[in-house]
Design a protein around this ligand. Structure first.
Ligand code: HEC
Ligand code: HEC
Length: 306
């Protein structure tokens, strides 16, 4: 491919000219580096002017003989950042929840290689983004700081401030059967929709897990069946028990109280692969205040488990 050949030349120049000034063809302004191991770094989002909008991720490995970092061309991946514009962040949120339910891929088997041996989950669960990075996106620093979902792994919340090439590159390195479009949708979800859930859901204290919105306004939204509403009543009924989950043992009221972070995520992005499709409040333009009000009302609904 032409672009690849050009880049090979450019990277060749890069290596040779580590001590000289660059000719101006390579744009480092949006790039960031991340260590892979002691000898290897990945440069994300390296721009190359003759192909506008296209950046590259590539690993550089330290050559002990020449004493310079050299590109590992087998790792070269082009990143067309313009794809972020048309990506679907709400679909990205559902992929984060359980990607194979959205893509139709086979359910993974065995444990994901990054899932720690000390973790308490096994099988397909260990392949869900949320299992390692949390419903609140904060991994070990969030709701999964302890308990049966503890992994000790970091979240993705801080990655929202990294450039899209970085986020795209990091997701691609997980060894999951995701298409380029899937990864763009996930990248957009991470970069443009994440919220600080601690601001809206009590994280500690006697009222731990209580959502801090307005339940009266939330009820109106829960029962509003227009696109500006939550539409929840259509499928879950006014008391939240019309659909039952987990083999008929749980209703919306149970899940909203037991796991407000998961419920907020599902209010915001929908439930992956559900039939009928659960709407996404983010896609329908509801504000975070609306979303929290709905969650606050959901916590007042009938519980099947007292
Ligand atoms: C089995 C556990 C596991 C699963 C499942 C998992 N990840 Fe990760 N992820 C990790 C680990 C460990 C790292 C840190 C290693 C690294 O930076 O290369 C990481 C790093 C990341 C980063 C970079 C964060 C940063 O700030 O540098 C992003 C973004 C990310 N993951 C997104 C995802 C997405 C999206 C999915 C689902 C499609 C996913 N991960 C599924 C374990 C997991
Ligand atoms: C068009 C129908 C529809 C609408 C509208 C809808 N949902 Fe759902 N919802 C579903 C379906 C279907 C499921 C998956 C049920 C299952 O797992 O069997 C689901 C799943 C859920 C779950 C996850 C339960 C679990 O633990 O798996 C929660 C919580 C939830 N919905 C809350 C809401 C709230 C709150 C609203 C309004 C903002 C809403 N839903 C709107 C259809 C809908």
């Amino acid at each position: 491919m032409k672009a690849k050949l050009l880049l090979v030349t450019v990277l060749g120049l890069l290596v040779i000219s580590t001590r000289a000034a660059f000719a101006g063809d390579v744009d480092w302004s949006k790039s960031s580096a991340s260590p892979v191991d002691a000898d290897t770094i990945t440069i994300f989002g390296l721009g190359y002017a003759p192909t506008p909008g296209v950046a590259y991720n590539v690993d550089f490995k330290f050559n002990q003989t020449t004493l310079i970092f050299e590109p590992v061309l087998s790792t070269l991946a082009s990143i067309d950042e313009s794809r972020l514009g048309t990506a679907d962040a709400a679909r990205g949120g559902r992929l984060y929840d359980k990607w194979w339910k959205v893509t139709g891929a086979n359910e993974p088997t065995g444990n994901h290689s990054r899932y720690p041996s000390t973790g308490q989950k096994s099988g397909a669960d260990t392949w869900r983004c949320k299992e390692c990075h949390g419903w609140d996106n904060k991994g070990k620093d969030g709701a999964y700081a302890s308990g049966s979902h503890y992994t000790g792994l970091a979240g993705v919340y801080d990655a929202r401030n990294k450039n899209s090439g970085y986020v795209f590159g990091k997701i691609s390195q997980h060894g999951l059967t995701l298409s380029e479009q899937d990864i763009w949708d996930l990248t957009k979800f991470i970069k443009e929709t994440l919220v600080e859930m601690d601001k809206y859901i009590n994280f500690t204290g006697a009222s731990k897990k209580a959502a801090t919105g307005d339940a009266t306004l939330g009820k109106a939204l829960y029962e509003n069946t227009g696109t500006g509403g939550g539409q929840c009543v259509l499928c879950h009924g006014a008391d939240g028990t019309a659909l039952k989950f987990d083999g008929g043992t749980l209703a919306v009221g149970d899940v909203a109280n037991d796991n407000p972070w998961e419920t907020l995520h599902k209010i915001r992005f929908g439930h992956p692969g559900s039939s009928p499709a659960m709407p996404s409040a983010v896609a329908n333009g509801l504000t975070i205040t609306d979303q929290i009000n709905i969650l606050t009302h959901a916590q007042t609904l009938t519980k099947l488990v007292p």
